[in-house]
Design a protein around this ligand. Structure first.
Ligand code: GLY
Length: 608
């Protein structure tokens, strides 16, 4: 058959468009949809923070400006996880040549990919120089959980201010002052407390009201003299003038505005008064690092994720390596057959994590072997398709069962109109960290030291049973589950940014979002909304969200899984770049799409 010549370009465009079914507007069969933008988009756990990010895009900022501004805003509007007193990770990709060298930033960690530059920022907290391996051990050898989580000993040297300032200085387009101004305004002028924050503060009252500074920051004056301070109702105005002053010092002086001068003096004075370890020398020694993203592939896609001290990035790539040749698509999303393989793979990967992973600056790890195809094949061979392999069988010895899970931490993703992508996850560890705020500085402190193996072989609060590689040592960064991740399409174009909170459930959440998108044909919103499972070797059980049918669960139980209904897992605020055929059929960036995970009521997408 001969086609009329004028139809040829249209046919060519249609053929080229076939693999470009990313546009949700063509996906009427899907039950969930993201928010589409002709320009950039920010998906975060808070509406105000997402709007702050987009305001930077409108001013000509890039994805890094938006992510940094939104992160500083989260430190004001989402005190349970957004922070100055904690730490986190960020992975970025920007089109074109890197601006870093011209700004005096080291470029050795950069990856050149898809005509642009990728790099990761490690601003994980460090153990104070006076920290010792037995810091949290009681006389009987057990872990003193209060000391490990609710005292000033639990606080690692904060990394967030250094990390955000570094990312901004080396890769942003706007000034540091410009990206900090919205957070300063939110802190100084205040904002209306929403119901999710009011509810969270009500539930956190026993923790936060025990600390006079935190109590004064987050609760209204007592209704009667001498009575307890009063939780805010939704709609009431929360002002944080001390936090505004701290943010102003960072805007004016960069890192030195936090790690030296009045902020540092206040933090060090609190430590000295109340038995903490962090000194002025710890603060001066703290450095955020530009590090090479961990790169992997899955069915032609390229993934860039966070290297150690994230255990999440290694775990995610290991899981994808194990699962890549399995017929998950044929088995179907949410089928017992596919879920069984997923959780069996998870257990094997958590066994590796617990044995091997730690801070790369202090611990040698067989990363090349762990991430090799041969190792993935070996682990795949250890999966019995019909029977759950108990943790004791895989791990050689029974371990004390701990909790598992975790609802804290926060993740945001950004796409800009030039195709730049940022995924960043930050945390205080628990919601509100250790619940202790720095007098006169307006921010809460993390309890990240509990992410170390306080007693190797015993579970931490997330139920993780970790080894010597993650033991406490001076200056060391504790292993983390945070897994900010970027994905590039098989033809090389940048595509997705994702990540999640959720403690030890973070890497498995990110895995399922990505499998849903890459394997199961879900659009991004459906990929994020679909129910999740989690398993982490110890405790030996399969946690599952609502949304799986009783028949599916019965099939899993019949394979030997101990099923445990779970609270919602994670909050994978994600973005996707939308591509459409250009005039000559070549793909053209047509905008972006954001998805705020509905598992957290306060999540929101803002569009440019
Ligand atoms: N604090 C939780 C994590 O980093 O994994």
């Amino acid at each position: 058959m001969r086609l009329p010549l004028p139809l040829l370009p249209a046919l060519l465009a249609a053929l080229l468009a076939a693999p470009l079914r990313a546009s949700p507007l063509q996906e009427r069969d899907q039950r969930f949809h993201g928010v589409v933008s002709a320009g950039g988009v920010v998906a975060s756990q808070d509406r105000l923070a997402s709007e702050v990010g987009v305001a930077m895009l409108r001013r000509g900022g890039n994805a890094v400006d938006a992510a940094v501004a939104a992160s500083f805003a989260l430190a004001v509007t989402l005190p349970q996880a957004g922070n100055l007193g904690g730490g986190g990770f960020l992975v970025l990709w920007l089109p074109g040549p890197s601006p870093a060298a011209d700004r005096g930033c080291p470029t050795g960690a950069e990856l050149t990919i898809a005509g642009g530059t990728a790099v990761a920022v490690n601003f994980r907290e460090t153990a104070p120089l006076a920290a010792t391996a037995d810091l949290f051990l009681a006389a009987d050898g057990t872990v003193d959980r209060r000391r490990a989580t609710r005292s000033l000993l639990a606080t690692g040297v904060p990394g967030t201010p250094a990390g955000l300032v570094l990312a901004q200085r080396c890769y942003g387009r706007l000034s540091l002052a410009a990206v900090l101004q919205p957070a300063i305004d939110l802190a100084a002028e205040g904002f209306a407390v929403g119901e999710p924050l009011a509810d969270s503060l009500r539930r956190a009252a026993p923790l936060l009201q025990a600390d006079p500074t935190a109590s004064a920051l987050f609760y209204g004056p007592p209704l009667e003299p001498g009575g307890p301070s009063r939780p805010y109702d939704a709609g009431e105005w929360l002002r944080q003038p001390d936090l505004a002053a701290t943010l102003r010092r960072i805007a004016a002086e960069g890192e030195a505005g936090f790690y030296a001068g009045p902020t540092a003096e206040r933090l060090v004075a609190l430590m000295a008064e109340r038995g903490g370890l962090i000194t002025a020398a710890d603060l001066q020694a703290y450095r955020a690092q530009l590090v090479r993203p961990l790169a992997g592939s899955f069915q032609g896609h390229t993934l860039l994720t966070m290297p150690p001290p994230s255990a999440g990035g290694v775990g995610l790539l290991q899981l994808l390596g194990i699962l890549e040749p399995l017929p998950l698509a044929e088995q179907g999303a949410g089928s017992a057959a596919a879920l069984h393989r997923l959780v069996e793979a998870m257990n094997l990967v958590y066994r590796d994590r617990n044995r091997w992973l730690g801070d790369p600056d202090q611990v040698a790890m067989p990363l090349e072997r762990l991430l090799s195809r041969a190792h993935a094949a070996k682990l795949r061979g250890q999966i019995d398709p019909l029977r759950h392999r108990p943790a004791a069988e895989l791990d050689g010895q029974p371990a004390a069962a701990g909790g598992g899970g975790g609802d804290n931490t926060t993740h945001l993703s950004v796409a800009d109109r030039r195709g730049g992508l940022v995924a960043t996850t930050t945390t205080l560890n628990f919601a509100y960290g250790n619940g202790i705020a720095v007098p006169g500085a307006g921010f809460l402190l993390n309890n990240e030291m509990d992410d170390f193996a306080a007693a190797p072989g015993r579970p931490n609060v997330f139920g993780l049973v970790q080894g010597q590689a993650n033991a406490i040592a001076p200056g060391r960064r504790p292993l983390s589950s945070m897994t900010p991740t970027l994905v590039f399409r098989p033809d090389g174009r940048p595509w997705l940014a994702t990540g999640s909170p959720g403690g030890s459930r973070i890497p498995t959440t990110v895995l399922q979002v990505l499998l849903n998108r890459m394997v199961h044909g879900h659009n991004l919103a459906t990929a994020v909304a679909s129910p999740r499972v989690h398993s982490q070797l110890w405790p030996d059980r399969l946690s599952h969200e609502q949304g799986f049918s009783p028949d599916t669960l019965a099939l899993l139980a019949a394979r030997g899984h101990a099923l445990q209904p779970s609270t919602a897992m994670g909050s994978a605020n994600s973005v996707e770049l939308l591509w459409s055929p250009g005039p000559a059929g070549a793909p053209r960036l047509a905008g972006s799409l954001g998805v705020a995970d509905t598992r957290r009521p306060e999540g929101a997408v803002a569009v440019e």
